[in-house]
Design a protein around this ligand. Structure first.
Ligand code: KG4
Ligand code: ZN
Length: 346
């Protein structure tokens, strides 16, 4: 008789304490996410505070995930936990907790790469979605373009050389005093703005029509720190009233520069790999202009675009449980000496 597999996922790589129960790698029975508010007044994540918040929240968040799924720890088949990449203190909290629970309840333990988790959020969201596809992973900490040949088979095409896309959104939002986390606020403010108000640089994007023109790189890497500096220098020259008057225009112009690069490189990757599917993952995949532009460009080329719903775009433990199910089903498992790896690669 077929017995379903229940995996408890634990995610604490940054400033979200999350736990989730997923059945057979595809059905989310619960998905509890606690976003730490303590960082707001600092305008960014304070690692030490993040670790302390995780300690406080891990037990109640996990208990709620079990309660929402209407099960107890005894019903669980395995525990999947993020062991990298991320803030080492934060990772250690989830990892130590997951190991303790697995040991005391004699359950299978599997360490999961957070980036593979983001990628798997698309499998959770879209029932019939399958490889091969190009995956654009864009979050507060990462910007990666990956060719997914199959589940578990990844070819890294490019990544950011400096700031992550979400980090650029957050930093520009901060210098415009929009609040934290800035990505969603900047997205909203940009909706009323003129995207052509300022022509900010498109980092590492070679202009499509003139391949020989300078000012860009013809590869799949990204760079957003120059753009961030360009916005900072532009804003510095404005008076406070000019800044306020053109806030939406500056947001829209910045956002358009980021979106141009992300869309240009994703489409080029799909073309190079002769792939008709592009999936996005990570918090920046929520960006309204990015979704719109990518869909527009892709539809002309017969490419389908996929992205998860907002709750699965940002950090969550359901995506970690889904990867855990995949890996445990293949017979993999982790030992109790599993380490937190802050710079773990995909
Ligand atoms: O995936 P995520 O929750 O965390 C990391 O793994 O980093 O992504 C959070 C990032 C933040 O930088 C946030 O500003 C950004 O995603 N973000 C957005 C939007 N929603 C979230 N950036 C641009 N537009 C949005 N609508
Ligand atoms: Zn993430």
């Amino acid at each position: 008789m077929f017995k379903s597999m229940l995996i408890l996922g634990i995610e604490t790589s940054c400033d979200e304490t999350a736990a989730s129960v997923v059945q057979d790698g595809e059905k989310i029975l619960s998905n509890v996410i606690l976003s730490q508010l303590v960082h707001q007044k600092y305008g960014g994540v304070v690692p030490e505070l993040a670790s302390r918040e995780h300690i406080k929240s891990l037990v109640p968040v996990t208990q709620k995930a079990l309660d929402d799924a209407k099960i107890t720890l005894d019903d669980i088949d395995g525990i999947a936990v993020t062991h990298g990449p991320g803030l080492v203190g934060s990772l250690l909290m989830g990892l130590t907790f997951a190991k303790s629970v697995a040991f005391s309840k004699n359950k299978l333990l599997i360490g999961v790469n957070h980036l593979e988790g983001h990628l798997f959020s698309n499998f959770l969201e879209h029932e019939k979605f399958s490889p091969p596809f190009i995956c654009l992973i864009i979050s507060g900490g990462h910007t990666l373009l990956v060719y997914v040949k199959d589940k578990g088979q990844y070819e890294l095409l490019g990544q950011t050389l400096d700031d992550a896309a979400g980090e650029a959104f957050d930093k520009v939002a901060s210098l415009l005093n929009l609040g934290y986390p800035g990505g969603p606020l900047l997205d909203k403010t940009a909706q009323a703005g003129d995207r052509n108000f300022v022509k900010f640089p498109r980092g590492m994007l070679k202009p499509a029509k003139s391949r020989s023109a300078c000012g860009g790189e013809d590869n799949f890497n990204f760079s957003f720190s120059g753009l961030k500096t360009a916005v900072a220098l532009y804003v510095q020259k404005l008076s406070e009233s000019e800044k306020q008057k053109h806030l939406a225009d500056i947001c829209a112009s910045f956002q358009e520069a980021v979106v141009d690069v992300l869309v240009g490189k994703s489409i080029k990757a799909a073309d190079e790999k002769n792939c008709k599917r592009i999936a996005m993952a990570g918090g920046v995949a929520c960006n309204s202009r990015l979704r719109e532009r990518l869909k527009d460009r892709a539809s002309v080329l017969g490419i389908d675009i996929f992205y998860p719903s907002p709750l699965l775009c940002t950090d969550n433990a359901a995506m970690i449980a889904a990867v855990g199910d995949f890996r445990l089903s293949k017979g993999e498992k982790s030992e109790y000496n599993l380490k937190a790896v802050p710079y773990l690669k995909l």
